[in-house]
Design a protein around this ligand. Sequence first.
Ligand SMILES: *Cc1c(COP(=O)(O)O)cnc(C)c1O
Length: 391
Amino acid sequence: MPDQLHWLLEELLHLDAEQLNRRRRCIRAEQDGWCSIDGQRLRNFASNDYLNLAHDDRLIEAACQAAKESGVGARASALVCGRTNWHSKLEKELADFEGQEAALLFPSGFAANTGTIPTLVNEQDVIFSDRLNHASLIDGCRLSKAQIRIYRHDRIDELERQMQDSGSFRRRLIVTDSVFSMDGDLAPLEEIAWLGKKYDAAILIDEAHGTGVFGRKGRGVAEHLGVESEIDIRIGTLSKSLGSLGGFVTGSRKLIEWLWNRARSQIFSTALPAAACAAASRALEIIASEPDRRKRLLEMSDRFRRELAEVGLATPEKSVGPIVPLILHDPSKAVRAAEELESRGFLVGAIRPPTVPVGTSRLRIALSCAHTDEDLRRLLAALVDVFDQDK
Ligand SMILES: *Cc1c(COP(=O)(O)O)cnc(C)c1O
């Protein structure tokens, strides 16, 4: 019988040759930013657990309690019989946390994006989408079948020109990450809010990396930039700063009611485990009661960027906060640097196409509250060592 998938071997060899094949490894996650791989202990600078909550005893306790009471799996979609008190409590808390009327949980942040956008626009409409948006926003835009206009947030006048020409569409929707996940810079939400108003467009933002990190109360970049009242749809994840799993949308009551009735990734997928909801609820309490976590994280990020610049390792100009990229351009350079760092005890992600545009492969250092000043000093020394050797 001919092998219908024989072409896969060639494709995989091609990935190998380009240094684009991705390894699958087993990580043993431990408390306080430690992990081990094949028995080697590493300081973890690759995780999204910004507030060091994924392994917090209080979240573990909350999750265990909920699992004991409600079981492990949710048994069905929220619509059928998967929605428990933990889900309803968390949705109320998320709405309160973001100062919105209502919230809806999704199986993941990815599912929140792909599920929400197609309920808001279709063939008659146009979406303005940042070229560096997360894959799940891009897929959500594609699923909607709306016309898509790509803009760059470093050239916001480009967005305005595109919006000027959009009068013939029924609806306009601007879609953007609030923190760009690979560059660590922020969306110019003030300008976007102004353009939205001027050209009659709704605004959807994805705060996956903003929640818990930016803003006085940790509500994200919209809070930080003072534009919360101008954002129509706020999407977030429970899986980064909140240390759990799941996605959510907050906004007006009518928006949430509509999503509950129409968002396919929510309706046709099993509800989150109660344990994930209980842990996220506990994380929200900690975000409110322990603001020093995010304060220290941002201070540490600023200081680390300055120290990198002092040794000649520049991060992209506008990047701020815990995502610290070092652009190395070539994928094999990024992979080699990550391996060198690993041999010195640091786990740092090497990010290559298609996750980032061709020619912009990079190390992506992710800081967290788990890290100490000593960790940063040692990482900086290791980076200097690795890049000196490379010259
Ligand atoms: C991680 C991420 C998501 C997906 O969230 P999950 O809960 O992990 O599915 C969506 N958008 C952005 C910008 C992200 O970084």
